[in-house]
Design a protein around this ligand. Structure first.
Ligand SMILES: [Zn+2]
Length: 253
């Protein structure tokens, strides 16, 4: 059977409720926004999809948990990148409504475990997701959210990720190289100078888009240092984190 929820037939979905294994539904989330002059607009949803696929693979024969990947919500709040061609932003309320409606719909038909998997870290977007999870909890729908910017998770990711100078840099570009290498313009990538931008500091100073933060090519970090090997290692860590979150979610029953 496919790992993708929408590949199943309606009777196959009905049969999940009587299966021995607990079903956990992963909802990949991202944004369509500029990632430097070298990486695809869909970098964030590509990373979310890549994590989900690896978790489904790792848990394929698990005796307790069965993971299925929902169709993604690839659009996010992207004000920072709005000045660049290709940024397709939606409002925080849209992200909130999509996540709440999807999880509620699944909960109403008996799926107790939905988990949000996000790789777009613009604060307004992350806040919309956190808010959605709170709204759901208030309505009795417990929803998981692997919040990668929390210190506990971030501490296991790469130095560049932890530095906060990280958009379409070495961290993200490596992940795309591991999964969809044909989408990275490596000819441009290798010529990009490393650029250190303290994104959290810039945001605190009131700078609300990439140009104001000094990112006039919509990246920071060191994309020229990206490798598929690092990307695969990082995917391994992201997979560990998500498997742990899935098990914790099921254990709360
Ligand atoms: Zn990104």
């Amino acid at each position: 059977m496919s790992d993708h929820f929408a590949d199943l037939t309606s009777p196959q979905v009905a049969a999940l409720h009587t299966a021995i294994r607990t079903t956990v539904l992963l909802l990949p989330v991202g944004a369509v926004e500029p990632h430097g002059p070298h990486a695809p607009l869909g970098t964030d949803p590509i990373i979310s999809d890549g994590m989900c696929a690896r978790v489904a693979e790792r848990l394929r024969d698990d005796p307790e948990v069965r993971v299925l990947i929902l169709p993604a919500v690839p659009y996010g709040v992207t004000e920072f990148g709005a000045a660049f061609p290709g940024a397709v932003g939606v409002r925080p309320s849209t992200v909130h409504s999509m996540v709440v409606d999807i999880a509620e719909s699944l909960h109403a038909q008996g799926f107790a475990h939905t988990m949000v998997v996000n790789n777009h870290f613009e604060p307004a977007h992350v806040n919309a997701l956190r808010e959605a999870v709170r709204t759901l909890a208030d309505r009795g729908v417990r929803t998981g959210y692997l919040d990668l910017v929390r210190r506990k998770a971030a501490a296991r990711l790469t130095e560049e990720f932890q530095s906060g100078s990280c958009h379409a840099g070495r961290y993200e570009t490596s992940l795309v190289l591991a999964d969809r290498p044909e989408l990275v313009d490596t000819g441009i990538m290798v010529g990009l100078p490393a650029l250190t931008v303290d994104m959290p500091g810039e945001m605190a100073a009131g700078h609300a888009d990439f140009p104001a933060m000094g990112m006039d090519r919509a990246y920071c970090g060191a994309p020229a240092e990206a490798t598929a090997t690092e990307g695969e290692q990082t995917f391994g860590t992201l997979t560990d984190l998500l498997v742990e979150a899935v098990r914790a979610q099921v254990a709360r029953d």
